[in-house]
Design a protein around this ligand. Structure first.
Ligand SMILES: O=C1O[C@H](COP(=O)(O)O)[C@@H](O)[C@H](O)[C@H]1O
Length: 331
């Protein structure tokens, strides 16, 4: 398996392209100068394109991915209606979702054979909209609205239109601030990291007739932590055994084990990491985790080891300024 790591550094307007070597080191392949502050990124389901959200002129840029070495070449772009805080696609690769925290909206952009085109749907009134997460069955878009302590539930239609479901939302405890989500590979559970109280909620996903409900909430901070909580990102290993979430004030990665069926998580440990980790990711073999320090201007690579999924730092690398998004693609 060939793997490529992409890191976005908005302050220096760069994407660094790295080869992830099988023994757990990175080799720099390319540095792309982006025409704008690059923030969220996602790879298309067919792995032909990397989509990146930029500002201050709000756009999504599509870069063609070289099947040889993962290098990027500019392909196309389309305007976005708000600042892109998070972008993702549906599983068929027909639609791109852009969540905008500042605009309080999520937009759906049509992808024409991978090329971003017109905005086919704009959903507003989502205060602090922080991400858009399509369910494993490609039916439900989960959209956390951080400032409203709710996750809105939309059905994705054939044309890309979003229709509010019944019920139209699930709610967190007051002041939690739902932000990013990860789905268990068994497709029955999702995990949402809450920015403002640094907790993780376990959501049992509905079948078409059931309802989505929170079955567990776990504090992700060490007991002695008393500063301002400021969580950011969350990811699960491909085998569903280990879950990780980060907090920016403490610059910590919290390590969770996940029960066999995905319904229960438990804190296994805390890993000090790069200063202000706003984004991280896990490689496709489930062996490595790479975290970006928005204030250290470095990324750190960890090996995931043992039954607890603890992290051992293998190396750290200088990237651009203010790195905040990490994407890992397997070819
Ligand atoms: O992480 C955060 O995200 C929001 C929105 O980010 P933006 O990059 O889309 O502006 C930010 O305003 C908030 O302060 C921060 O905690």
């Amino acid at each position: 398996m060939k793997q490529t790591v992409y890191t976005a550094s908005p302050e220096s307007q760069q994407i660094h392209v790295w080869r992830l070597n099988s023994e757990g080191s990175l080799t720099l392949v390319q540095v792309v100068d982006v025409p704008g502050q690059v923030q969220p990124m996602v790879v298309s389901p067919d792995k032909r394109y990397l989509y990146v959200g930029v500002r201050p002129e709000f756009r999504v840029l599509a870069y063609r991915i070289s099947p040889e070495d993962g290098a990027l070449s500019y392909a196309a772009e389309a305007p976005l209606s708000g600042s892109p805080t998070h972008i993702s696609t549906d599983h068929s690769g027909r639609f791109l979702f852009s969540a905008s925290y500042n605009a309080g909206s999520v937009s759906v952009v049509r992808l024409n054979d991978g090329i971003p085109g017109e905005t086919v749907h704009l959903e507003e009134g989502l205060e602090g909209c922080h991400s858009a997460n399509i369910s494993p069955d490609n039916r439900t878009l989960f959209v956390p609205a951080l400032k409203q302590d709710r996750i809105c539930l939309f059905t994705l239609g054939e044309t890309g239109a979003l229709t509010a479901q019944e019920p139209s939302e699930v709610t967190t405890v007051e002041g939690a601030g739902p932000r990013h989500m990860a789905f268990h590979p068994n497709k029955r559970f999702a995990y949402c990291v809450n920015e403002l109280n640094s907790s993780v909620d376990v959501w049992q996903l509905s079948d078409p007739h059931g309802k989505t409900e929170c079955v567990q909430t776990v504090d992700m901070m060490p007991p002695e932590f008393s500063d301002t909580r400021w969580a950011a990102d969350i990811h699960i290993t491909p085998d569903g055994r280990h879950l990780y979430a980060c907090d920016r004030t403490s610059s910590t990665l919290t390590i969770f084990s996940v029960s066999e069926d995905g319904s229960v998580i438990a804190v296994e440990g805390f890993q000090p990491t790069e200063t202000q980790p706003r984004g991280f990711n896990i490689d496709n073999s489930g062996k490595y985790l790479i975290a970006a320090g928005q204030k250290s201007h470095h990324i750190a690579l960890y090996e995931i080891s043992g039954a607890q999924g603890l992290l051992a730092e293998k190396a750290r690398y200088a990237v651009g300024q203010g790195p905040m998004w990490v994407v890992i693609n397997a070819m």
